[in-house]
Design a protein around this ligand. Structure first.
Ligand code: UDP
Length: 329
């Protein structure tokens, strides 16, 4: 299939582009390069640097490249910033996505794969999380993703759009050859920060909270490898032939890993001591978040290749050690 990957130069999008090629599809990338890196996408992949608000340009691309399906990864994803500057998040994550969808409907492109998040659940009452649990986001970032999930449901009903929304847990790791990986500026995610502390790029890493009701007192998260996420996005293609299909899937390994366990995994993989300090809880952090991904496993025959934290960290380490300064802008 000809697949437009919106945000294809970003962290998850660029890994998905690789997996699309490996699965025999033809990716075309659209990325405005605000957060993406041109170097994250192979030179021979068609690449367009366009804003989604420019519907006439996006429409031309859909037609010229004979796009069958659109994958949408382009979003702002800093939870704290979404609280202090929600307009930025509503414009980029909601308004821009609506432009894209209107453009698709106008061009008759009616298959869509959407990058959603477990942040749409807010602070859940029970673990592990299943797709049918209530969604009550506690920050604008999660709300913008839920707004689009809801818009998609209406569009499936009204316009025959077929879509799958994947609610990711903690995307982590890097391509197995170490040539692309996680590169955010600023970086706020745990694994890259711990690696930076291990190699001395940061003085230390701070553990946000040690008094949670968890076995070692630190937060539990479900780290899932970025290539495993990508494979699920491709496995769903077969399910989108019927117009009006609306699918939602959690994607995680189901294995809860604590902040201290991540630090220990980085120490083991790198052979270096990680200097860390303990600090107060970060506002809005639920004690534990992990997925029940039975639905994706049963319906998509999806099985994460990376089931535990160590090999995930090892792949992140390979990327980091081969590219200590990340991508060049
Ligand atoms: N975390 C931490 N120190 C940091 C960054 C993150 O202790 O410098 C913790 C955070 O509280 C959470 C986990 O690591 O429990 C994962 O955080 P991250 O920001 O990577 O992802 P999130 O779960 O917020 O999407």
């Amino acid at each position: 299939m000809n697949v437009l990957v919106v945000g294809g130069a970003g962290y998850i999008g660029s890994h998905c582009v690789r997996q699309l090629i490996a699965a025999g599809h033809r990716p075309v990338v659209l990325d405005n390069l605000v957060f993406g890196y041109r170097a994250a996408v192979a030179a021979d992949v068609p690449f367009y640097s366009v804003n989604l608000g420019n519907e006439s340009e996006v429409g031309k691309i859909l037609k010229k490249e004979k796009i069958d399906l659109v994958m949408h990864f382009a979003a702002y994803a800093y939870v704290g910033e979404s609280v202090t500057d929600p307009l930025k998040y509503y414009f980029n994550n909601v308004a821009a996505t609506l432009h894209l969808l209107r453009c698709m409907m106008g061009c008759g492109v009616k298959k869509f794969v959407f990058s959603s998040t477990c942040a749409t659940y807010g602070i859940p009452e029970k673990m592990p999380l299943v797709e049918t649990m209530p969604q009550a986001p506690i920050n604008p970032y999660g709300q913008t993703k839920l707004d689009i999930e809801n818009a998609l449901k209406s569009f499936a009903h009204a316009y025959g759009l077929s879509f799958a929304a994947f609610r990711y847990f903690n995307a982590a790791g890097a391509a197995e050859d170490g040539t692309i990986g996680e590169c955010h500026n600023p970086e706020t995610h745990l694994i890259p920060l711990v690696i930076d502390a291990a190699v001395g790029k940061r003085e230390n890493v701070q553990v946000f909270g040690t008094d949670y009701p968890t076995p070692d007192g630190t937060c539990l998260r479900d780290y899932v490898h970025v290539d495993d996420l990508s494979r699920a996005h491709i496995a769903v293609f077969d399910k989108l032939d019927q117009p009006g299909t609306a699918l939602f899937y959690n994607l995680g390994t189901g294995t809860p890993t604590s902040v201290l366990e991540v630090i220990h995994a980085v120490e083991k993989v790198t052979g270096k001591k990680v200097p860390y300090i303990t600090g107060p809880r970060r506002a809005g952090d639920p004690p534990a978040l992990y997925a029940d991904s039975t639905k994706a496993k049963t319906e998509l025959n999806w099985e994460p290749h990376f089931k535990t934290i160590e090999p995930i960290v090892a792949s992140a380490w390979k990327w980091h050690s081969q590219n200590p300064d990340g991508f060049k802008k």
